[in-house]
Design a protein around this ligand. Structure first.
Ligand code: HEM
Ligand SMILES: *[C@@H]1O[C@H](CO)[C@@H](O)[C@H](O)[C@H]1NC(C)=O
Ligand SMILES: *[C@@H]1O[C@H](CO)[C@@H](O)[C@H](O)[C@H]1NC(C)=O
Ligand SMILES: *[C@@H]1O[C@H](CO)[C@@H](O)[C@H](O)[C@H]1NC(C)=O
Ligand SMILES: *[C@@H]1O[C@H](CO)[C@@H](O)[C@H](O)[C@H]1NC(C)=O
Length: 388
């Protein structure tokens, strides 16, 4: 259907045609009807002003465009010193965003608007504009506060303002089963207790795989091996393992970001040293003298990771280990619009009957997201809440 490069909301950019038919999927089995689990809001703490920013209803502006200068440059600079966390600062499962917050490219409290997020990931990492819009609005629509236009990159906090009516939660990127999911590279599955913090055991595995398959560096070969192995770990140890829809797609993109974005832009070989990996994943810190990528980048190479071990979306059925069942209704790489449709469905479950500013802002955010990520892929735009 679509054969030119498109921006998937997962921040993957690759050629659809090369992915659609060329793989044999060894794990194709019977259908299964598991639904995405969703964690509901766990508290309703009263709102308070945070980070010096007023918390108020906002008319969300359109997303920023691309950078004007798109080359490499020093980003660990004097204007953006790393600082340790203060009490209340939010950090979460994304090492890229954590690092930007700890250097002040994002507000240091980890609560930001979509505009701030897009500007920061472009400026600090040279993330390309289409992918920046795709990833940011996906996170914001699922986990942000759409009235105040604020998203926590970690847990739920009153700094994003009064929460929306349940089942919506505005719980931040830590919320399991929306964007955050299982089989992370350095984050454990929620089943094991902490779904978003750096996990040393898993980082040891990252290092081990980099030694075995990358000569001591993390490269695309390591990414393919580690992605597959982390899926197999979860199948064998997490009875609640779920790997479908948003998570299925983002899980692949995340494996190439370290190669494309954590490697210094002055370096020609696309391989990440273990020192630098620890700096980002564990310490939320740019390495000394770090220069961002040499050109706008996001998901390049992901097709290589997928091709190493083609794998279909699914879950461990019936809460049983080693019981992975493919879900043919899941969004997948073959049809980019399937992800758009899935997320629109999730949004309508979160916000069944929005009114007033909430409805207006849902309409605007969905449109911004569509424009950046799915319009270019040729998906028909949908208007579940009407048009303004
Ligand atoms: C606003 C844009 C972004 C959002 C909303 C976002 C969100 C997330 C979330 C929710 C996860 C956790 C997924 C999971 O493993 O369960 C994640 C993981 C990850 N993100 Fe981001 N991200 C964004 C941009 C970036 C950027 C710019 C980079 C790199 C420069 C990046 C690198 C990564 C990596 C490497 C992981 C995998 C972590 C691991 O599995 O150990 N992300 N991101
Ligand atoms: C780290 O991950 C491992 C493997 O998934 C898990 O067994 C362990 O409980 C996790 N540790 C912490 C502190 O979450
Ligand atoms: C996963 O993240 C959510 C959101 O911050 C948190 O409330 C929850 O406790 C985490 N899950 C576990 C099992 O740690
Ligand atoms: C990754 O590194 C290993 C070891 O040097 C090498 O054999 C492999 O070809 C590299 N992969 C890529 C994609 O460069
Ligand atoms: C991918 O999704 C599309 C649309 O939902 C579906 O028709 C197709 O069968 C799926 N492909 C696989 C391999 O499951």
């Amino acid at each position: 259907m679509v054969s030119k490069p498109f921006a998937l909301l997962t921040a993957l950019i690759f050629t659809l045609g090369s992915l659609s038919t060329s793989f044999a999927f060894p794990n194709l089995q019977a259908p299964n009807g598991n639904l995405l689990r969703r964690q509901e809001a766990e508290d309703s703490t009263a709102s308070q002003a945070g980070g010096g920013r007023p918390i108020q209803a906002v008319d969300p502006p359109p997303p920023p465009g691309p950078l004007s200068f798109t080359g490499t440059k020093l980003v660990n600079d004097r204007d953006h010193p790393w600082r340790p966390l203060r009490s209340g600062d939010q950090r979460g499962p994304c090492p890229g965003l954590n690092t930007l917050a700890s250097h002040g490219y994002l507000p240091r409290d980890g609560v930001a608007t979509p505009t701030q997020l897009i500007n920061a990931i472009q400026e600090g990492f040279n993330f390309d504009n289409a992918a920046a819009i795709g990833a940011t609005y996906l996170g914001h629509i699922l986990n942000g506060n759409l009235v105040t236009d604020l998203l926590s990159i970690g847990g739920k906090t009153p700094k994003t303002g009064p929460p929306p009516p349940a089942p919506a939660h505005a719980g931040g990127l830590n919320v399991h089963g929306t964007f955050e999911g299982d089989a992370g590279l350095t984050r454990a599955d929620e089943f094991f207790g902490d779904n978003h913090s750096f996990n040393q055991t898993l980082f040891d595995k990252f290092v081990d795989f980099s030694n075995r398959f990358g000569g001591g560096f993390y490269n695309l070969t390591v990414a393919g091996e580690l992605r597959y192995s982390r899926i197999q770990d979860s199948i064998a140890t997490n009875p609640q393992f779920s790997f479908k829809n948003v998570r299925y797609l983002t899980a692949y993109g995340e494996t190439v970001f370290p190669v494309n974005l954590f490697v210094d832009g002055r370096q020609t070989e696309r391989k990440l040293s273990m020192d630098h990996a620890a700096s980002f994943f564990r310490d939320m810190r740019f390495p000394p003298d770090f220069h961002r990528a040499a050109q706008p980048s996001s998901g390049a190479g992901v097709e290589q990771v997928i091709a190493a071990y083609p794998w279909l979306p699914g879950a461990n059925a019936d809460g049983k280990l080693n019981n992975y069942v493919v879900d043919p209704t899941s969004a997948n790489f073959t049809d980019p619009c399937s992800l758009y449709r899935f997320v629109l469905g999730s949004v309508q479950e979160l916000y069944p009957r929005p009114t007033g500013i909430l409805r207006r802002n849902l309409i605007k955010n969905l449109h911004y997201w569509y424009t950046g990520a799915f319009g270019p892929a040729g998906c028909p735009e949908q208007f579940p809440y009407g048009q303004l």
